[in-house]
Design a protein around this ligand. Structure first.
Ligand SMILES: Nc1nc2c(ncn2[C@@H]2O[C@H](COP(=O)(O)OP(=O)(O)OP(=O)(O)O)[C@@H](O)[C@H]2O)c(=O)[nH]1
Ligand SMILES: [Mg+2]
Length: 386
């Protein structure tokens, strides 16, 4: 953030920090934008403010649509181990994909907008049930926003992960670019974060930095930046590998990270060069990529396992008196024996003493471990409590 912002612009940004409602926030940012001169040095900041305004407007629109009662029709109750939202432009093959991966039978049609509400289907991957939800198209064939864009993206924001399905025969790179913009405006980050900054505003005590990782800014720079937007007292907590840029991001917006898989469809009609180009663009984002053809059944089995991998889940199996349960318990990656116990029953967790584990997380099969032991996919666990 340039430090020589006009005083009035600084005041407007400070007002934004204090604003409580969305209209107040939009007003303060629009004011700031009008007061920040447009040149090379302010380009990034202006861009950020513009995106944040768009995001706030979208959020306001979403809330308004909830009020008018359109909510129920866009709600799908979560079932299975996780919910995955399928988004994309119209005719990209979302319904076709849902048909091959799940038990659902949505309409597949060559004309646009054949799906006008979220459609759930259950995918079975080995012994795990994963709910996939096709969302109405977020882009038209001309890659413009649709009447569903806001609601579909609002839905995706609440899902456990996202599949972006690109139509290989309709300028996929442009599609990707548009979709990334829309996600950003919705406050969804799909690039894995190297670091995380948490900003806790306080009433007194000045600026303090607490670092649990690596940070490229100096104390003075942080203080200057925060002063610029009217924050005089705060604790800045840094986790992992973070930069001054990340701090600016934290100040202006509140986006959430979503695990995402980007899939290029209709490769039966696409030349190799396009597949390569799109693949490269996606890899530059550090997001997993796969090319498929639903029609010709190319890479469908691989897609299933990628969906499971992207969710970062593990399956573990409880054992009681020597009998292993045939149904897995689904946990997040890095879950511990304690997490498992909590998932089964609060009381079991409270009385948990130790466990015996068979599988990849232990060196000796049947090893005795404490509640803090980290489990791995496929482990078998017998819990011992008081
Ligand atoms: N050649 C080819 N055509 C495909 C493939 N997948 C889907 N299609 C065709 O693309 C058209 C659109 O498919 P849908 O599954 O209805 O697309 P959608 O994304 O659900 O579209 P809307 O819900 O209408 O936005 C249909 O004519 C499909 O047969 C594929 O892998 N290859
Ligand atoms: Mg459809």
């Amino acid at each position: 953030m340039p430090t020589n912002l006009p005083h009035e612009a600084q005041k407007a940004l400070a007002k934004y920090q204090l604003a409580k409602t969305i209209p107040e926030k939009i007003k303060a940012l629009e004011e700031a934008l009008s007061l920040i001169p447009d040149h090379k040095g302010t380009e990034k900041l202006r861009g950020r403010i513009k995106r944040r305004i768009a995001e706030l407007k979208r959020e306001a629109e979403r809330r308004a649509s909830l009020k008018t009662g359109r909510r129920d029709y866009f709600t799908v109750s979560k079932e299975g181990a996780a919910q995955v939202a399928i988004i994309g432009s119209t005719n990209s093959g979302k319904s076709s994909l849902l048909r091959v991966l799940t038990n659902a039978k949505p309409v597949v049609a060559p004309y646009p907008f054949s799906t006008d509400k979220p459609i759930p289907g259950m995918m079975i991957y080995e012994d795990v049930e994963i709910q996939l939800v096709e969302l109405p198209a977020i882009l038209t064939e001309d890659l413009e926003e649709t009447q569903y864009t806001t609601r579909s993206l609002g839905f995706a924001k609440n899902a456990d992960s996202i599949i972006i399905l690109l139509d290989g025969i309709n300028n996929p790179l442009k599609q990707l670019e548009k979709i990334l913009e829309l996600l950003e405006e919705t406050g969804i980050t799909i690039r894995p974060r190297r670091g995380e900054i948490v900003l806790e505003k306080k009433d007194s005590g000045g600026i303090r930095i607490v670092s649990f990782g690596k940070f490229d800014g100096s104390y003075r720079e942080v203080e200057e930046l925060l002063k610029n937007v009217g924050i005089k007292n705060a604790v800045v907590k840094i986790y992992g590998d973070a930069s001054m840029e990340d701090l600016e991001e934290t100040i202006l917006r509140e986006s959430i990270y979503k695990k995402t898989l980007i899939v290029l469809n209709k490769v039966d009609l696409v030349d190799y060069e396009t597949v390569r180009e799109v693949g490269k663009a996606v890899r530059d984002l550090d997001v997993p990529f796969l090319h498929i053809s639903v029609e010709k059944k190319i890479n469908i089995e691989i897609l299933k396992s990628k969906i499971f991998q992207t969710l970062d889940l593990i399956r573990v199996y409880t054992q009681k008196d020597g009998v292993v349960s045939p149904r897995p318990v689904i946990l997040k990656v890095n879950s511990t024996v304690r997490d498992l116990a909590e998932k089964i029953h609060k009381e079991i967790a409270e009385k948990l003493r130790y466990a015996r584990v068979w599988g990849r997380s232990v060196k000796i099969q049947g090893q005795q471990v404490g509640p803090g032991h980290v489990l791995q996919d496929g482990d078998v666990i017998e819990l011992y409590s008081d």
